[in-house]
Design a protein around this ligand. Sequence first.
Ligand code: SAM
Length: 238
Amino acid sequence: MTVPSVQDRIDAYWTRRAPAYDDHQQRPDRRELDRAAWADVWTAALPPAPADVLDVGTGSGHVACLLAALGHRVTGIDLAEGMLERAREHAASLGVAQPPRFLRGDAVDPDLPAGSVDAVTGRYVMWTLREPVAAVRRWAALLRPGGVVAVVDSTWFPEGVATGGEAFTAAYDDDVVAALPLAEARSIDATADVLRAAGLLDVTVTPLTAVLDLDRAHGVAPGHEVRPQHLVTGRVAG
Ligand SMILES: C[S@@+](CC[C@H](N)C(=O)[O-])C[C@H]1O[C@@H](n2cnc3c(N)ncnc32)[C@H](O)[C@@H]1O
């Protein structure tokens, strides 16, 4: 697997950030509330369990572990070793019949057989993805007939990545941002347009109001603002 050097900088950033990122994902004051809210989001978006699901840019495995607990057979891929380490720790203590497997892999070109999964998920990944249209086309090729792509994201940096703080912009510098077409998107419609351009059918955008309510009630990670998140879905022909 060869990936461009901008991706190396992205991977190093997420490996450094993995412990703090994951601690925030596991915040005890909202862990169970998050679990319930996200279980509703993914249950509505995905085929009934058990389905074969690829979670791209899986990070510390929040989505992958939740989907495995819902009865899906899940593979999570990421390029940041620090994130994968955390994800594997969570999988080991999950206590489900079939925990997710976590592999190092590029979301832009996942190394899975064509037609081998029922769904591709990705939470907070589209904004930091190189070549998003080509990536979604490749995800579509991994799907069985009628399979779905379901991604969740926001417009995190509508005023530019420079608003993201020093440690962040040291990694997400001009070269990196130039390689990420959605990093500074001003509307979630840009993500929906990517799914359409990749040939997906019935593309929908759904605001995640329960998640927004939780963020407003409990706050978000330090240095971040509460922002509306959306589920964006599309499918391949049945
Ligand atoms: C904001 S985190 C989201 C993590 C996780 N999906 C979640 O919901 O918590 C973004 C993740 O995307 C990963 N990532 C970025 N570009 C990637 C690529 N091309 N291939 C695989 N993973 C990638 C990063 O390493 C990081 O773990």
